[in-house]
Design a protein around this ligand. Structure first.
Ligand code: SIN
Length: 524
């Protein structure tokens, strides 16, 4: 390991969506030295950037207890009530203090003096703040701009996390086995030079986002392949609830749209689901009709599609909207029009798509994982807030609250642990890892992973399908591991190694849980 390829910092944050950015801002304000890395070419690129619907606050005639009830009802009751309490009680203050006062986020208003609260499924009140239908974009841009102003923050784009550095795994000193396992940083690949750097740190915060892109159809950007879950798993941190993969009921059905989301706020503002023949159907599945929790709506759509042998259903906004569609949903309008669908004149063809992982790295109220020195925030973590099925628009809020909490914890307990140096650890690479990456092999492996997950570990699971998924993924994982060992380091090959492990984590968790609950549905 060459000295110039090692860096040292107080806090290393991997990922820069709302959770990572919120953690970085709080740590920066405390005067800690922070390095934030992202594998993307820009800091804004993240799931947060594409979030349309909004962020939960508290609306008129609302109360944290009502929010708590809605979260637990949606989560099918297996939520961690302590975590739900934190979110319900601290959420609004975090939105007011960080987003509105500090970052001056221009949330949409219903009148010049009052914020506009929109509605989504499972909420008993209108309590979701939004910026038309592009809420995440502005939030992410303002966070990144704010971080750029701090001289104690280093932002490294185009840097892919390869592995967490842990005592004793990567340490040469055989006596390190007697020490408590601890995360002391990470191996990070520079995407341009293809060299691996070592970042030594006192605290590592994983904020790598979700893993829905291990499914064939997803609303997430293709980079959301779950790097954080895979690295934390290999490092020995506890991972829970991975079977609870939430499918969003409505992504645009169009071969080139790549899972473009049609926000749940569209149904919140009155749109209704219909079969191809124009018949509404949600009243046959739930008293809450089109605003039933996501898992129920998704399964209803799946059933209607199966019964009518159809590849999509319709979402009809135009027949119900009592407002200017172009003004309220400009992004959805523009994007659908690009694909030949005018949502002011016709219904939108939609299909469900993998959207959110309710499980992840088990953490407490401060984001601390079971591994010393490792914290996790946002989608990669499992605080237990979401239980078996996440309530709409709680994810940005959870990222905001836990990001800030994690860094508050670090700042108030900062205890520089032994600083390690490059000569203490093993080189990360395998000798002989020199072959060029063959993109055809990578593409085919991804097709196998994604179709296996979609068909066998997707919306409706059976014991047989899951067993088939397990066998196919186990076989493929040996091939991927061999491929990884022989091939030159590149972000593509790292992603493939992470992706197959995450697919296995989901599948094994689903096999281990025979009870249908929330977004994990097993057909008898
Ligand atoms: C949406 O706008 O429908 C997505 C919101 C969410 O997933 O919370």
């Amino acid at each position: 390991m060459r000295e110039e390829e090692s860096l040292t910092t107080d806090v290393l944050i991997i990922g820069c969506g709302i959770a990572g950015a919120s953690a970085a801002l709080e740590a920066a304000k405390s005067g800690l030295r922070v390095i934030v890395v992202t594998k993307s070419s820009t800091f804004e690129e993240s799931n947060t950037y594409y979030a349309q619907g909004g962020i939960v606050s508290l609306g008129h005639d609302d109360h944290p207890e009502l929010l708590k009830e809605d979260i637990i009802e949606s989560g099918d009751g297996i939520n961690n009530t302590e975590a739900v309490d934190i979110l319900a009680k601290e959420g609004k203050k975090a939105v007011d203090d960080i987003l509105i006062k500090e970052l001056k986020i221009p949330f949409s208003r219903s009148t010049p003096d009052s914020l506009d609260y929109t509605q989504e499924a499972g909420h008993s009140r209108r309590r979701i703040l939004h910026i038309k239908d592009e809420t995440g974009k502005t939030i992410e841009e303002r966070f990144v701009n704010a971080l750029k102003k701090y001289s104690n923050v280093t932002l490294l784009a185009n840097h892919t996390a390869v592995d967490l550095l842990t005592v004793p795994h990567h340490f040469k000193n055989l006596k390190s086995y007697y020490k408590k396992p601890q995360c002391t940083g990470a191996y990070i690949l520079d995407n341009h030079t293809c060299r691996v750097k070592t970042i030594f740190t006192h605290y590592t915060i994983l904020a790598t986002g979700g893993c829905s892109a291990v499914y064939l159809y997803t609303s997430n950007p293709r980079g959301a392949i779950g790097d954080g879950y895979a690295m934390a798993y290999r490092a020995g941190a506890r991972i829970v609830n991975m079977e609870y993969i939430q499918f969003h009921p409505t992504s645009l059905f169009h071969r080139d749209a790549d899972g473009f989301l049609i926000s749940e706020t569209v149904r919140g503002e009155g749109a209704r689901l219909k079969t191809k023949e124009g018949r509404t159907f949600m009243e046959n599945y739930s008293k809450k009709k089109d605003l039933a929790p996501r898992d129920e709506v998704t399964r209803a759509i799946y059933e209607e599609m199966t019964n009518s042998n159809s590849s999509y259903v319709y979402l009809d906004l135009v027949s119900y909207a009592k407002f200017d569609i172009k003004k309220r949903f400009p992004n959805i309008y523009k994007t659908c029009l690009k694909y030949g669908i005018d949502i002011t004149k016709e219904p939108i063809p939609v299909v469900p798509a993998a959207h959110y992982c309710c499980g992840g790295v088990l953490v407490d109220g401060w984001g601390r994982s079971s591994l010393n020195g490792l914290l996790a925030v946002g989608e990669v973590s499992c605080t237990g807030v979401h239980g078996a099925n996440r309530l709409a628009s709680t994810s940005l809020l959870e990222g905001l609250v836990w990001g800030a909490r994690a860094s508050k914890y670090i700042a108030s307990h900062f205890d520089p642990i032994t600083t390690y140096k490059p000569s203490d650890i093993h080189d990360w690479y395998y000798p002989g890892k020199e072959e060029e990456v063959d993109p055809a092999l990578v593409n085919q492996d991804w097709i196998s992973i994604r179709s296996t997950m979609w068909n066998y570990a997707g919306i409706i699971r059976t014991e047989k399908r899951l067993e088939r998924a397990r066998a196919d993924l186990d076989y493929l994982s040996h091939r991927v591991e061999k491929f990884y060992k022989e091939t030159r380091m590149e972000t593509k090959i790292v992603g493939l190694k992470h992706g197959i492990q995450v697919a296995q984590l989901i599948t094994y968790a689903a096999i281990g849980n025979p009870n249908s609950l929330g977004s994990h549905y097993i057909l008898d």
